[in-house]
Design a protein around this ligand. Structure first.
Ligand code: DQA
Length: 149
């Protein structure tokens, strides 16, 4: 298997994980989640860089700067439901992307059901807590192995 490099992007308020609405988002901190993601990636001989920002512009700058990687996993937080700019940026990157959420956005408030980002991603994974990121990583590796030869 090729040694892929991926970027995992966390959007606004995800820096507060651990203390933020633990009944919905769980008790793991962002650092603990990132460690689990990196551990899993290592076991698959892949490299992952994790980035968090509360700012839409910084997320866009980060994606633009890192277009040379193999894929993106993004939990855009509330920007999922509002940001055409992040969607456009993902499209221009030309990279395979997977959208992730800790919570099941389809079983919550109606406004969370719509994502501007999902239609430009390979797929969306939500509802599995931190494990959503692990599933996304597995899916991205599978996708690249299968389709990008
Ligand atoms: C979230 C779901 C979003 O609706 C919310 O705004 C978040 C977190 C999740 O991971 O479940 O900030 O992306």
């Amino acid at each position: 298997m090729k040694q892929y490099t991926f970027h995992v992007i966390h959007g606004p308020n995800l820096n507060l994980l651990g203390e933020r609405e633990p009944a919905i988002y769980g008790t793991l901190t962002l650092e603990e989640i990132n460690n689990r993601i990196c551990e899993f990636a290592k076991s698959k001989n892949c490299e992952v860089r994790c980035f968090q920002s509360n700012s839409e512009g910084e997320i866009i700058d980060y994606i633009q700067k890192n277009r040379n990687c193999d894929g993106i996993i993004i939990n855009a937080g509330a920007y999922t439901h509002t940001s055409i700019a992040i969607r456009d940026c993902l499209v221009s990157s030309g990279l395979p992307c997977i959208e992730v959420h800790l919570s099941n956005i389809h079983s919550r408030e109606r406004f969370r059901r719509h994502s501007y980002i999902a239609p430009v991603c390979i797929g969306q994974i939500c509802g599995f807590g931190y494990y959503s990121y692990i599933i996304a990583l597995q899916a991205l590796i599978h996708y690249l192995e299968k389709y990008s030869k």
